[in-house]
Design a protein. Structure first.
Length: 229
């Protein structure tokens, strides 16, 4: 209750109304309207205190509480504790914003162990658990730690959920920018479903990290009769 009172004092109603448009699946009544920088500051303060008093109380009533929870997890410095908190929280994540805000810095030091967790997240039946898994694979394993098999992991995810397929598209668009020779094969051989295929190309065409020559080629790989999700 203490931190809920603090968030209420930080309310920005115009920002709340703006957020409501970005996250249509969340009831506006569940939005307080606390700006991200303020929530991050509060998380940094709480992490030094007994933050688990807050993180153990699920589900939260407000979207802003979920956001604060995500920022708290991102601040945890102990890897095992971080994973424990994430796995406890993920089933309660109900929107793309909270899912995408959660990015623990400790993961950078535990790449090998993290892959085991990512595999489990990708196999989940929960929309935002799968999305989180794809996001972590995108953020941590498309540079020096990249292996071609990771593309197969994401390609193999079959879902009708918009927020899963949008993250798949984002992943492959980023892969085109960072691991073009490996990623382009998935478009040339039509390994992705049509919607994800075309959405990834669209995102690739918007990227400044992909050369004009590569973009011109990607345009030739677009599929017709795209089905909506």
């Amino acid at each position: 209750m203490k931190y809920l009172n603090e968030m209420t004092l930080l309310q920005d109603r115009k920002y709340r109304d703006f957020q409501a448009k970005l996250i249509p699946n969340i009831d506006k009544k569940a939005l307080i309207g606390v700006r991200t920088p303020d929530l991050r500051k509060l998380a940094k303060k709480m992490i030094k205190e007994d933050y688990q008093t807050f993180t153990k109380k699920l589900p939260h009533q407000y979207f802003d509480e979920n956001q604060l929870h995500a920022f708290l997890i991102s601040e945890i410095k102990d890897y095992e504790e971080c994973i424990k908190e994430i796995n406890f929280f993920l089933p309660y994540v109900d929107n793309w914003a909270t899912c995408d805000q959660m990015s623990p810095t400790i993961f950078k030091k535990h790449k090998k162990e993290l892959l085991k967790e990512i595999k489990q997240w990708l196999q989940s039946n929960e929309t935002y658990t799968v999305r989180f898994g794809i996001g972590m694979l995108m953020h941590h394993y498309l540079d020096n730690d990249f292996k071609p098999e990771y593309l197969k992991w994401v390609c193999g995810i079959s879902s009708k959920e918009y927020y899963v397929n949008m993250m798949k598209a984002w992943y492959f668009a980023t892969a085109l920018a960072k691991q073009y020779e490996h990623a382009i094969i998935y478009f040339e051989k039509n390994k992705l479903d049509s919607w994800t295929h075309n959405k990834a190309i669209q995102k690739g065409l918007e990227s400044y990290r992909i050369s004009q020559f590569q973009k011109d080629y990607l345009k030739t790989l677009k599929r017709k009769n795209r089905k909506s999700i």
